[in-house]
Write a protein that binds this ligand. Sequence first.
Ligand code: SF4
Ligand code: SF4
Length: 448
Amino acid sequence: FRSSQASVRTLCRRGAAGRPLDYATGWPQKFPAKDHCSRCGLCETTFVSRVKDACALLPETGMSRMHDLEVKVHGRSRNTHHAMDTADEGRFGVLHEEIKLVKGVEMKDSQWTGVVTSIALSMLEARKVDAVVCIAGEHGSWATPEAIVAKSGEQILRGRGVKPCLAPSLKILDEIKQDRSIRKLLFCGVGCSVQAFRAIQDDLGLDEVYVLGTNCVDNSPTPKAAENFVRVGLGLKDIEEVKGYEFMQDFRVHAKTGDGYLTKPYFCLPGVLAQPSIATSCLACFDYTNGLADAVVGYMGAPLDAGRRMDESFQTLTIRNQRGTEMIETARKRGRLSIGSTATGKGSFEDFAMSTLKSDAIVQSMIGGSIMEKGLPDLLGTMLASILHRIGPTGLNFARYSIDYHILRNYLHVVDEWGETSAKNIVPVYAQKIVKKYLEIDSMITLL
Ligand code: SF4
Ligand code: SF4
């Protein structure tokens, strides 16, 4: 297992070493979280003065404020007594209701079925908010995300189809504070942006604030990295040929292209892509499920039937408090959302999480490092993906597997970067409990 540990650590270090540099802004070195900065936008506003209280990725504090912020936002923190059971708030965060399946109704040109866009539009149309902060593609491209303050339906629709990636959602904080016509706001964002937003939200002087989050894992650090993935990983000539892509439950990456749809087993992707495709911030993240949003839309736990496209599939809907319920009801009553059944899952996820952590070394020793660098041949990769989809976790259990694996991997990264003592201050208690549970299941992991 030591070799597996070394292998995971090598991956983490390669991620850190592969950091891009934006020469115009000095990102990431000139930002307080340095390599681990997710460029949430806060430090590009006057609110940079609050960075020590707000940033979710500082080496000194990390995401350790989650507990207190959950109490502030939801009235209680998550119940972590059943971290390995199905009643697992430790993993998914505070649950006001059971996690459900959801689809947007007739929202064309979205990444999925347009659930986030549908909710944002409904909130504006119903005059529950005066403006919506969302991410839109600069010059209409999904790969270059920019934060916008949308005050019309047309502006909200600009956010359709944007690929989850590092996005400076908080760059508009000064604009919001100065615009006195905005009294009620809907903020849409990923977990690290939402954490920073929650920390400074009271300073904006707003009357009402709603937060709609998305799940994310291992986001792409820059548009350039996304473009590289499309070219090298998917074998397409131009980034604009792709309208969206995602890593799905069937162990394949799915991509919507201008004139079609393609899938490729994870295992056929060249190993060299791993280094530049994951932002270093995401290796120190313990909030993939966006624990401080009022409601969260995701795909990790949604079932994927064989042959289904990502833009025909259900997504998951997590409601964390009454404001979350209000947002969803507003969209449902306006006919923009179709709510399905309660999300369920099948298959063992603990074994899969552990074996994924160990698999780099195992697969490499079985088939050789050079093949891993190039990726498996198509036939072998397709067979492996089909077998794993048949025997592996599905539905909500796939989400449990993914969350646990990423918590274990990121815990290793944090220990490696800042040491075990610092990790105890950085890693939220709920994540530490999940790590501890795995220590009990697999004594080999005590070598961590
Ligand atoms: Fe600043 Fe956000 Fe980067 Fe933290 S993650 S250093 S708050 S821009
Ligand atoms: Fe931010 Fe975490 Fe999402 Fe990365 S995975 S963009 S650090 S919330």
